[in-house]
Design a protein around this ligand. Structure first.
Ligand SMILES: [Zn+2]
Length: 449
């Protein structure tokens, strides 16, 4: 009986997996009737019609003026907000919310590529995140999972990967996904190795422990290969060095529980954002986990939402569950209540200094699940920090595609681009939290939800 049930479960899982991977795009589709927020920031288009051929959008218009071709599969979006597929600019596919990194890094590396990273990418996709930037994982697994998704072999969010972190020295037990650099030549060689393997971005961390020459070597070599550089920015000197070296995008709302960013840093950011020829300075504040920790600690119902089980084995799920059974006891969040009151000030300092903010979440860290993180970040921006919903949506669609230099293909609902489109019942500009239950997910012309 038990065996039979287990077998049924396995077969069901395989069938579900096959169904997700095997849906080929119908020759043509039409999304008809919804209110389209196209990603450019202008007024929404009522009674919209979006035509899709294969993987791409061919036309965008309105009911009554844009004809749906005979034979097209019609998907009604009446009563829904329709928008470009979301981006999450800071995820960690190799982790799934477990609270003990040392245990995770020792136990699961063999499962990263076949199980864990694909499960994370699938959870993101079903949450409406059609593109995600993975910032820190073993090199071969990162490239392999990304390429399998792009080839349609597994169903998941399109991922842009950094492979291993570049830093002064890996922490013990993390050598698989953290590469230390020693000297300028080594820094250049490590970046070349990543670029040759085909990564999409370089991730710098602990650059305050590297020499300035090493930091510059990493950034210059990455730029020479056309790769953007993303840098950790928890400490003041990480930001100072990153700015001096020409980093493109900073991550996190940092400086621990200090009340604000110091004047010299804000002045340096203003100097940088005043320089239009260098393009926008991007910043991914990954702020919701910090803002919402105390609420989640006291109201942990979301942890029981089974959406984060998708694609994981019962053993992994049980391991994660027991590790977060006591949200109040997790050392990871010890300082978070002290940091929370400082976050709004820092967020607004950065915005006022002219950075372009991006939606990203650090999804995968303790209690942060890929199926839930992204809408939480959007909700926190709008409902806690007072950002207008259109700006928040553009920080999860238009701007990320620009930051990753793929705005020709994704980021807005525009003829010629990939059909990465989501739809959700109701008005997301009025109620951003509706994004927690996306009704339609289409990626590259294939409907996944
Ligand atoms: Zn991270």
């Amino acid at each position: 009986m038990k065996m039979a049930r287990l077998l049924t479960g396995v077969i069901a899982a395989i069938l579900a997996c096959a169904a997700l991977a095997a849906q080929r795009p119908a020759a043509s589709k039409a999304l008809v009737g919804g209110t389209l927020i196209d990603g450019f920031g202008g007024p929404p288009i009522r009674n919209s019609v979006i035509l899709i051929e294969g993987e791409r959008i061919t036309a965008v218009g309105q009911v009554g003026s844009l004809q749906v071709p005979a034979g097209a599969e019609v998907i009604s979006t009446a009563g829904m907000s329709v928008l470009p597929g979301l981006w999450d600019m800071h995820v960690h596919l190799m982790i799934n919310g477990h609270s003990d990194y040392a245990h995770w890094d020792k136990t699961y590396p063999a499962l990263f590529e076949p199980v864990i990273m694909p499960a994370s990418a699938k959870q993101l996709l079903l949450a409406g995140v059609t593109s995600a930037r993975d910032l820190g994982a073993p090199l071969e697994a990162s490239i392999s999972v990304r390429d399998k998704i792009n080839a349609g072999a597994i169903g998941g969010s399109t991922v842009y990967v950094s492979g291993p972190f570049i830093q002064h020295a890996p922490y013990p037990g993390t050598e698989l996904f953290r590469w230390g650099v020693s000297g300028v030549e080594d820094a250049r060689a490590k970046v070349r190795k990543l670029a040759d393997a085909g990564v999409d971005v370089i991730k710098l961390i602990d650059q305050d422990q590297m020499t300035m020459e090493e930091v510059r070597a990493v950034v210059d070599e990455a730029h020479a290969r056309g790769l953007p550089v993303v840098a950790h920015s928890h400490r003041p000197e990480e930001i100072r060095r990153g700015l001096a070296a020409g980093v493109d995008n900073f991550e996190h709302t940092g400086l621990s529980s200090a009340p604000e960013y110091p004047e010299d840093i804000i002045a340096a950011i203003r100097e940088r954002t005043a320089n239009m020829a260098r393009g926008p300075l991007f910043w991914t504040p990954t702020i919701e986990g910090l803002l919402n920790y105390e609420y989640l600690r006291d109201n942990p119902e979301a942890l029981d939402n089974s959406s984060w089980h998708e694609g994981l084995t019962p053993e992994i799920i049980a391991d994660i569950r027991q590790s977060i059974a006591h949200p109040d006891r997790l050392p990871y969040f010890q300082l978070t209540p002290a940091r929370r009151p400082t976050l709004a000030r820092k967020f607004h300092q950065l915005r006022e200094a002219g950075v372009v903010m991006l939606i990203g979440t650090d999804s995968g860290i303790p209690m942060k699940f890929h199926s839930q993180s992204t809408w939480h970040e959007l909700d926190a921006w709008v409902n806690i920090l007072g950002v207008d919903a259109m700006t928040a949506i553009r920080a999860a669609t238009y701007w990320p595609s620009l930051a990753m230099k793929v705005d020709r293909d994704v980021g807005t609902v525009t003829p010629g681009k990939y059909a990465d489109i989501i739809a959700v019942r109701g008005d997301v500009l009025r109620h951003i939290a509706l994004l927690q239950r996306v009704d339609v997910v289409i990626k590259r012309g294939t409907r996944y939800k």
